[in-house]
Structure formats: structure tokens, C-alpha cells
Design a protein around this ligand. Structure first.
Ligand code: CMC
Length: 427
């Protein structure tokens, strides 16, 4: 008998089946069940894919028990504290950090590609006033595929890199347009003299003609510390292995559809409160709780099995110790609290929730810890980013992850259309 196998016995018949074990470079080994149906005539059942690996990947590694996250082997703490978002994008796409010259070229190319076709701008007029920016962003991203239809045929490295740089560069512009349309404000085009993260703040804040708000102290500028904070938030969101939106992008890729349509589907998947939409819900929830005196009442509701209320920003499918991204953001909150005047009432409520939950048997036994979304909202609020734009900020950061995973999928010669089976219980 081969040793690197799992043997299963069907206790109804005594039939035995042998399945190969595959070892990765890190993390749990995987049982290869691709021949399971052929061998046994049965399917496997795994509601929510809690035990199923969907692909082989070399991009991101998570050890949920240790609270570890690495992009291309490098720890997230190292990237968030010592490297920029654009360096992180380069790393994900090229499997190595850029040198000075490579970074400069990458940065310049992204600045130039940040403009969008004038016809795309007209698309926004079709959406009603007040439309949620996530809905508009998903639609406009799908519409980008009409401008770059030839991307469907690309199957070489230079083409992949171009399609990646294009979508990463345009996403902040499209997101800012989606927001400005939602409030009826005229669009601000990207300023190629500004860096990636600064440009996004500029497109959200500037007045027509590119003027910044003029206050009693003169022209209002974007502070370096704000740019650095947003840049770190983008880095922390850049990729996260096979989460719901990335699995969606890969699923759409498996049918052979256009990459930007796959990313549009990823944006839709991200919008839900269980996933990226949680960042908007966290602040809404903290505002609803209103003061530290009310925290106990809401903790009790979160623990009540008959109440659907959940603590937003708590829990994670993979992290069962702590979310390393949340740890970095908590440190950033502390660092910024005075300089950026973080909302002290919201922070007090959040700290109280965390303090109670971390000592409470309900949360301890279920391994529920604060996740990235628990901390990002307070910082985004201090950056003047409205709640409806919190999940679009997640989208901007994650676009590089989605396109990198899309490219990896395309280069894999073993892939098949994603087509799960079911346990039929109907008539
Ligand atoms: N508040 C209260 N109870 C919770 C929470 C919560 N936030 N999260 C999980 N539970 C309970 C849940 O009721 C269940 O209890 P029981 O075993 O008694 O039925 C148990 O913990 C396991 O929950 P689950 O829903 O089976 O766990 P999951 O791994 O399927 O879901 C999750 C993970 C993130 C969807 C869930 O924890 C949740 O809904 N959290 C709140 C939303 C949130 O913050 N999402 C952002 C995730 S991080 C950003 C990202 O990567 O997208």
C-alpha cells in the first residue's frame, strides 16, 4: 500500500478506497478527492467549503491558528510597516519586491493608466442619484471589459501584466466617480502628479478644477500621514487567499469569461456584510450602540441564539487566534489617534466591545476575535472617507489580489470549469 494516502472504508459494504495525500510547502496537507466519484459513485459534501481546497496557489499563505499571513512568502507586518502598497502590488504580480527603478516605472505607468475613457464617464449618468457606490463600481468594472475586449484573448506574460496594471490603476478613479455620482458632485479626474493613494483622496475631496477646500488657514492639503495610513490599509487588503470574492473571481475565470467581468463578480461577492461589507456595518453598528453604557446590551444580543444580531467585525472563517491585519490596524489607530483626531467616542465603544468579548466564554469558545474590518472604519472616518466608500476602499486594495489570482488560474494548465455537485433532497 502507498503510504502517502488516506484509506476510506464504506461501512455499508466494506469496500475500501485509497486517496492520495498532496503536500504543499506550508499548511495542512490535502486529500486529493478528484477521483472520488469515479471510485465510489458518491460525492463529498462540504457546506461552505470549510475543508475544501479549491486550487493550488503560490500567492498568499494563511496560518489561521498562528494568526499568520504572507504574500509571496513575506509576512504582512513587514509589508505593511516597511513597504508601500505599490511595492506590494509589484510583489504579488512579479513574485519579488521591485528595485528602485522598477518601482519608479511601475508607479509612472499606473499614474498614466489611471485615466478612464470618456465614454465610461457617461455610463455613470444612467445610475440614480444616491446609488450605493459598490453597485455602481461593480457595474462600471464590468463595463470596462467593453473597452478592453481584446484582453479575452491574451495568453502571454506582457499582456497579463498590462491588463493587471490597467485595472489596478483605474479602480480608484472608477470608485471615486461612483462616490461623486452618488452625491451629485462633478467628477475629478486623476492628477498624475500625485501618488496612487494620495490621488484617491484627492479625487474624493477636490472641488471642480482640482482646487482643494480653502479654510481659514489657507488651502487645505492632503497630509502625508493620511496618505501613509490609506496606503497601509490598501496593503493589508491586497490579497487573502481563497476567500469568497477571490473564489468567485476564479469561478468566473474557469468559464473563460473576460477578466474584468470576473473582477466585477468579485466586487459583488465582496459587498455582503459577512465579507468586505462588514467594514461599513461596523461603523453603523458602533454608531447605533452610541455609548459605552449600551455595550453590554449588544454583547448579550450577539450571544442570544434566538437573535440574528452579530457583532460586526468579529469572527473569521480562517483566523482562530487573531487576525494579523487587525493587529497592524489597531497599532495604526493608536498611532493616529491624536494627529488625525480619531473619533474618541467610537474608539471607546470599540475598545469596550473588544475588552468584554475577549474575556467572554461565548467568544472564547468559538474563537471569535476582532478582524480587519473592526478597526479600519475608525481610521477611514478620520480620513474623511464616507461610510458608503469603506467597501470600495477594500475593492481598490484587493483588485491586485483578484487579478493576480486570475492570472495564476490562466497559467495553470490543469484547471477545469468550477462545477460543484449537490445532495438532491427534492421531489
Ligand atoms: N457575532 C456573534 N456570534 C458570531 C459571530 C459574530 N460576529 N461570528 C460567528 N459567530 C458565532 C455563530 O453564531 C456560530 O455560533 P454557534 O456555533 O453557536 O452556532 C459560531 O460563532 C460560528 O459561526 P459561523 O457563522 O459558523 O462561522 P463562519 O466561519 O462560517 O463565519 C464570518 C465567519 C466572518 C462570516 C462570521 O464570523 C461573521 O458573520 N462575522 C461578522 C461579519 C464580519 O465581521 N465579516 C468580516 C470578515 S473579515 C473580512 C474579510 O476577509 O472579508
Amino acid at each position: 500500500m502507498k503510504t502517502n494516502t488516506v484509506t476510506m472504508t464504506d461501512n455499508r459494504t466494506g469496500a475500501m478506497y485509497e486517496l492520495d495525500i498532496l503536500d504543499g510547502t506550508r499548511g495542512p496537507s490535502v486529500v486529493d478527492i478528484s477521483s472520488f466519484y469515479t471510485q465510489t459513485g458518491m460525492f463529498t459534501y462540504d457546506n461552505g467549503f470549510t475543508s475544501t481546497a479549491n486550487c493550488k496557489s503560490e500567492i498568499t499563505f494563511i496560518d489561521g491558528d498562528k494568526g499568520e499571513l504572507r504574500y509571496r512568502g513575506i509576512e504582512i507586518e513587514e509589508l505593511a510597516l516597511n513597504h508601500s502598497y505599490l511595492e506590494t502590488c509589484y510583489l504579488l504580480l512579479n513574485e519579488k519586491l521591485p528595485n528602485k527603478k522598477e518601482l519608479l516605472e511601475f508607479d509612472l505607468e499606473l499614474r498614466h493608466r489611471s485615466l478612464v475613457h470618456e465614454s465610461l464617464r457617461h455610463l455613470f449618468q444612467a445610475f440614480p442619484a444616491g446609488a450605493h457606490p459598490m453597485a455602481t463600481l461593480s457595474s462600471a468594472t464590468a463595463a470596462l471589459s467593453t473597452f478592453y475586449y481584446d484582453h479575452l484573448e491574451i495568453s502571454h506574460e506582457a499582456g497579463y501584466q498590462e491588463m493587471a496594471r490597467r485595472i489596478i490603476a483605474k479602480m480608484p478613479t472608477v470608485a471615486a466617480f461612483a462616490y461623486r455620482h452618488s452625491i451629485g458632485a462633478p467628477f475629478i479626474h486623476p492628477d498624475i502628479d500625485r501618488s496612487f493613494s494620495e490621488n484617491f483622496l484627492y479625487m474624493l475631496r477636490a472641488y471642480p478644477g482640482g482646487k482643494m477646500h480653502v479654510g481659514p488657514d489657507g488651502e487645505y492639503s492632503i497630509k502625508d500621514i493620511e496618505v501613509k495610513a490609506l496606503d497601509t490599509i490598501f496593503t493589508l487588503h491586497a490579497d487573502h487567499e481563497q476567500n469568497a470574492s477571490t473564489a468567485t473571481v476564479r469561478g468566473v475565470a474557469s468559464t473563460g469569461a473576460h477578466p474584468y467581468v470576473a473582477i466585477s463578480a468579485g466586487i459583488s461577492a465582496l459587498w455582503g456584510r459577512a465579507h468586505g461589507g462588514a467594514n461599513e456595518s461596523v461603523i453603523a453598528q458602533l454608531e447605533m450602540i452610541g455609548s459605552v453604557e449600551n455595550v453590554d446590551k449588544f454583547i448579550a444580543r450577539a450571544k442570544d441564539p434566538d437573535d440574528e444580531f452579530r457583532l460586526m467585525g468579529f469572527g473569521h472563517r480562517v483566523y482562530k487566534n487573531f487576525d494579523p491585519r487587525a493587529k497592524v490596524l489597531k497599532g495604526l489607530q493608536e498611532q493616529l489617534k491624536d494627529e488625525l483626531h480619531l473619533d474618541s467616542n467610537l474608539m471607546r465603544i470599540a475598545n469596550k466591545i473588544e475588552e468584554i468579548a475577549l474575556c467572554d466564554e461565548y467568544f472564547i469558545s468559538r474563537k471569535l476575535y476582532p478582524n480587519i474590518d473592526f478597526y479600519s472604519g475608525v481610521i477611514l472616518t478620520a480620513l474623511g472617507i464616507p461610510k458608503s466608500m469603506f467597501t470600495p476602499v477594500f475593492v481598490i486594495g484587493r483588485t491586485v489580489g483578484w487579478i493576480t489570482q486570475w492570472i495564476e488560474y490562466k497559467k495553470d494548465t490543469q484547471t477545469k470549469i468550477a462545477r460543484p455537485r449537490q445532495l438532491y433532497m427534492g421531489e
